[in-house]
Each structure stands twice: as structure tokens, then as C-alpha cells.
Design a protein around this ligand. Structure first.
Ligand code: SAH
Ligand code: SF4
Length: 356
């Protein structure tokens, strides 16, 4: 469970060994992660053997490949059965990891598969950061087609609400930035809108990006989609995002998932444009990925195009984000833990080596 120990305290795993060994171990865990502790070449055999059985704080229950090999999804299972997912997406000039911050989510957004299945437990900092290390080690061993072999971007857009697990997310960010040397500007925390968390993150020393999952531009509609809006209404969110912008000098992005007949109307576009202009925010539009229990349907593509054109005509920078991983249920909002036994045999851990 080396990732569950803060990187500065790794000496506790190395009783009887000189202190420089803990630096070596830290480098293996955070800077050049490997899938198997046996490959930590400069460490003594007894240390490698001891680490070997418990290197990762989770087991890898399933691994899937989609988008012609450019997307990978893992189902990790941690202690007490908690299942979480992470998705790696390769592009020509970058590799993005979408990771989970909680097992499940308590926010209950109607259109989100994670929300529909409720909250299991908080993830520890080490469990969050180990998703990055595991994906990096995997990428090194099995490169993605036509993409760099280093994770360049991290988005907290998997399972869970990161700002409802603040202290662990904070420590995970610290390790990513200070120990793994991932640029803070390449990390984006996505939130449903936990106002105190946005303000705390604004006060942290890192230039981390913030994405606000808005989805509705007035409280009446937003309350029906995002229950936590009753606690933190849009006016308070705008103030918190303005504070973030002021502290970081970084524009917040607004996430907008299109739902047919619900939030894809010209009225919503007009109200959204007002908010985006006020915050000087960029709007990321994506179409709904259908979920098993959600009542909403995706908008048709013509409506999506009109909506974006409408925002642009009102002076707002808006882009359409292609969904990745729809063929493996890894698209936004579809990250939902499979139960034991639900994983088809062809999607087990070995499948990736066969497909590449
Ligand atoms: N809890 C955080 C981060 C995880 S959700 C948040 O809500 O921001 C990551 C993103 O996926 C959010 O923008 C969320 O609104 C979006 N999302 C959730 N369900 C979706 C779905 N079914 N289709 C498309 N996007 C969805
Ligand atoms: Fe939780 Fe985000 Fe899903 Fe809402 S959209 S239920 S906050 S993971």
C-alpha cells in the first residue's frame, strides 16, 4: 500500500535500509511508475518483494479499450469493495487522464450515472494519485497509438465530486504537482458547484483550472437537474467563480451537457451567455450520454450547433467537446462501478495486450 503513505514518509516501509532508499522508492512511485515492483531495478530484492504484493491500493478488476485503441478505461476495486473508474484518452499532442475522487457520489444529479447509484465512500489521497501512477505505468508499458507516452493532463471528471472530498483531493493535487511534477495548469478540477470548496481551492497556491458543471442558467431549472443547487444557487456560484478568476487569473470553464427540450433552448442560451460574459468564462458544450435511469435524452446535432452558434453570436467563446469512450461506457456520466461478476470475460485485464 505504498501509495497510501505520504511520499515524505516512505522510510517507514524501509526499516533497516539507508535513507536514500526512500528517495529511490519515491521516484519509482511518483516519477517513473512501474506496474510491478519487481521492476524497481535499483532497490534491494527484499524491498521489491515486500512491495510486490501490495504496490497498488486497489485491484484492477477490468480494463477496456475503445475508440480504436485511443481510450482506455480501468475499473479499480479498493478496500471495502469500493469500485472506481479512470479513463485515459490519447490525442496527437497530449494524453489526458480522467480520474475519480470518490467511490460513487452523493450529489444525485439526475442525468449522471454515478449520481444515480449513490455514494459509497471518500477516496484517500493515495487512492486518487495511484490512478495517475497506474495509468502512467500502463501507458509506458503499452503505448497509445499516435500519442505521447506521458500523461500531460488530468481532469477530475470521473466518479465523485472532488470538492466534497476536499482534504484528500488537496493532498492528491499536492503530490501530482510537487512530487510527480505535473503542471498545475494542466490539471482541471470539475465541480457541481460546492461554493466553500471553490473558494478554498482559489486560496491554494496552485494554478489549477476550474470547470463548473452548470447545465442550467436559472435556479428553477437547475434545481431539477442538480439538487445541490438549492444549497448553492447560481448567484453564489457566480460570486465564487469570480473570486477564483480574481485569485488565479485563470478563466473558469462552464460545462453544459445538452438535454433535449430541457436546457437546449434559446432562452437558456441567452441566460447562459449572460453568465459566461460576466465571468469571462469559456463554455464547453457536450451532448448527453444516455444513462440507465436518467429521464433525459441527448439533443439532436442541429440543435447543438444552433445553441453554440447562438452563444457565439452573443460574444461567448463556446466549443463542442467530442465524447470519448462511448463504446465502452467510459463517456462522461457513464462511469458507474460494475458489481462483482458483471465484467464480461473478454474485458478482463488481459484484453488490452490482445487488442494492441
Ligand atoms: N462531480 C463533478 C465531476 C465529475 S462529473 C462535476 O459534476 O463536475 C464530470 C462531468 O460530466 C460534469 O460536467 C458532469 O456534469 C458531466 N456529466 C455527468 N453525467 C453526464 C452525462 N450523462 N452525459 C454527459 N455529461 C455528463
Ligand atoms: Fe456527482 Fe458530478 Fe455526477 Fe453530479 S454530475 S452526480 S456531482 S459526479
Amino acid at each position: 500500500m505504498a501509495y497510501l503513505i505520504p511520499p515524505e514518509q516512505l522510510g517507514s516501509l524501509l526499516d533497516g535500509h539507508p535513507t536514500y532508499r526512500s528517495n529511490q522508492l519515491r521516484e519509482w512511485l511518483y516519477e517513473h511508475p512501474v506496474l510491478d515492483a519487481a521492476d524497481m531495478m535499483n532497490l534491494p530484492l527484499d524491498v521489491r518483494t515486500k512491495l510486490g504484493t501490495s504496490l497498488w491500493p486497489f485491484t484492477v478488476d477490468a480494463e477496456q479499450v475503445g475508440d480504436a485503441g485511443k481510450t482506455r478505461k480501468w475499473l479499480f476495486r479498493g478496500d471495502k469493495d469500493a469500485a472506481i473508474e479512470a479513463v485515459l484518452m490519447g490525442y496527437p499532442k497530449r494524453v489526458t487522464l480522467c480520474l475519480s475522487s470518490q467511490a460513487g457520489c452523493a450529489m444525485g444529479c439526475t442525468f449522471c450515472a454515478t449520481g444515480q447509484f449513490g455514494f459509497e465512500r471518500q477516496l484517500e489521497a493515495g487512492e486518487i494519485v495511484a490512478q495517475v501512477a497506474y495509468a502512467q505505468a500502463h501507458l509506458q508499458t503499452y503505448p497509445l497509438p499516435d500519442s505521447p507516452n506521458r500523461i500531460s493532463n488530468i481532469v477530475f471528471m470521473g466518479m465523485g465530486e472532488p470538492l466534497a472530498n476536499y482534504s484528500n483531493v488537496r493532498e492528491a493535487l499536492r503530490r501530482m504537482i510537487d512530487v510527480m511534477h505535473i503542471g498545475a495548469r494542466h490539471i482541471t478540477v470539475s465541480t457541481v458547484g460546492i461554493v466553500p470548496g471553490i473558494r478554498k481551492l482559489a486560496d491554494e497556491p496552485w494554478q489549477v483550472g476550474l470547470a463548473l458543471s452548470l447545465h442550467a442558467a436559472d435556479d428553477e431549472l437547475r434545481e431539477t437537474l442538480v439538487p445541490i443547487n438549492r444549497r448553492y444557487p447560481i448567484g453564489d456560484l457566480i460570486d465564487a467563480c469570480a473570486y477564483y478568476f480574481e485569485k488565479k487569473g485563470r478563466r473558469v470553464s462552464l460545462e453544459w451537457t445538452m438535454m433535449e427540450g430541457t436546457n437546449d433552448t434559446p432562452e437558456q442560451a441567452a441566460k447562459l451567455a449572460d453568465i459566461a460574459r460576466e465571468l469571462r468564462a469559456h463554455v464547453n458544450v457536450i451532448n448527453l450520454n444516455p444513462t440507465p435511469l436518467g429521464p433525459d435524452r441527448p439533443s439532436d446535432m442541429l440543435t447543438v450547433e444552433d445553441f453554440i452558434a447562438d452563444l457565439r453570436s452573443r460574444g461567448v467563446a463556446a466549443t463542442f467537446r467530442e465524447t470519448r469512450g462511448q463504446d465502452i461506457d467510459a463517456a462522461c456520466g457513464q462511469l458507474r462501478a460494475l458489481r462483482f461478476g458483471d465484467v464480461p470475460a473478454e474485458l478482463t485485464i488481459q484484453s488490452i495486450t490482445k487488442t494492441q
